[in-house]
Design a protein around this ligand. Structure first.
Ligand SMILES: NC(=O)c1ccc[n+]([C@@H]2O[C@H](COP(=O)([O-])OP(=O)(O)OC[C@H]3O[C@@H](n4cnc5c(N)ncnc54)[C@H](OP(=O)(O)O)[C@@H]3O)[C@@H](O)[C@H]2O)c1
Length: 235
């Protein structure tokens, strides 16, 4: 039976991915809240608490020698506001969850001698498009893309990619929908428009698309950043 590790399995896209993969694989899941999915082997980890991540993840994967896929999905949205109004403490927390915890996860798996065939990190279009209010989230996703590209050079037995999944109707979007300041932050108006026009995808739908493209990602050079839409159009 294949094995899949997914972070952020308690809600949103990660939960949908876990529900889909658990039909055909043993899923190992990470999040602070328990997902209530008895079929998956779950470990509560606060990915912002970097000192504890390696030890807790190590316990979760202690009897595993190989993983077919690792999906680095958990993320912290931070806040939509100007950088000048944002504390370094908040930026540090967003970077911890969205970037450094993923470094610790990768390092722990490699140090434990676990063979990992494929790592898919969930990034965002905001990594590449500078938008006002994108703030620590956008910075962290850009750093995530570059970090995965660096790992691709170091760990040639593993295929890495970062993907932009498009807009998904999850708690993250609820926060953005409720946020005031559409004039100052045009990204909010764009997201509202997407919601009003029914352009937001359900997390189940996006999970199906990602699982459907899992082998297609391997056609791209390891370390690539790709949009899910582009992969579907090309293959
Ligand atoms: N929603 C969108 O429109 C959209 C668009 C582009 C990219 N993305 C990306 O897609 C991925 C999934 O987003 P989503 O919309 O599904 O988010 P979501 O609904 O907010 O879910 C986030 C998941 O991450 C986990 N998480 C957050 N902080 C954590 C922490 N400190 N420690 C451990 N786990 C933590 C949460 O679990 P706990 O709270 O239980 O810890 C939850 O399971 C993210 O990487 C996001 O950046 C989303």
């Amino acid at each position: 039976m294949s094995r899949v590790l997914i972070t952020g399995v308690s809600a949103g896209l990660g939960r949908s991915l876990a529900e889909l993969y658990m039909k055909k694989a043993q899923v190992y899941g990470v999040s602070r809240r328990r997902p209530g999915l008895p079929q998956i082997i779950h470990q509560c980890i606060d990915l912002a608490d970097l000192e504890t991540v390696a030890a807790k993840l190590g316990m979760l994967v202690k009897n595993i020698d190989a993983l077919d896929v690792v999906i680095l999905n958990a993320a912290h949205m931070g806040v939509v506001e100007d950088l000048k109004d944002t504390s370094v403490d908040l930026l540090r927390e967003v970077m911890a969850v969205n970037v450094w915890s993923n470094k610790i996860i990768c390092d722990t798996l490699f140090q434990q001698g676990i063979h990992v065939a494929q790592i898919i990190a969930i990034s965002s279009g905001m990594a590449e498009n500078t938008c006002r209010g994108g703030n620590g989230y956008a910075l962290s996703k850009l750093a995530l893309n570059r970090m995965m590209a660096m790992y691709a050079l170091e760990q040639q037995q593993t295929h890495f990619c970062t993907i932009s999944p498009g807009i998904i109707d999850t708690a993250m979007q609820e926060y953005l929908q409720e946020h005031k300041g559409h004039e100052k932050f045009p990204i909010l108006a764009q997201l509202q428009q997407a919601k009003d026009q029914g352009m937001m995808q359900s997390p189940d739908h996006v999970a199906q698309r990602i699982v459907g493209c899992q082998s297609q990602f391997l056609h791209y050079p390891s370390g690539s950043f790709v949009s899910l839409k582009e992969v579907e159009e090309c293959y």
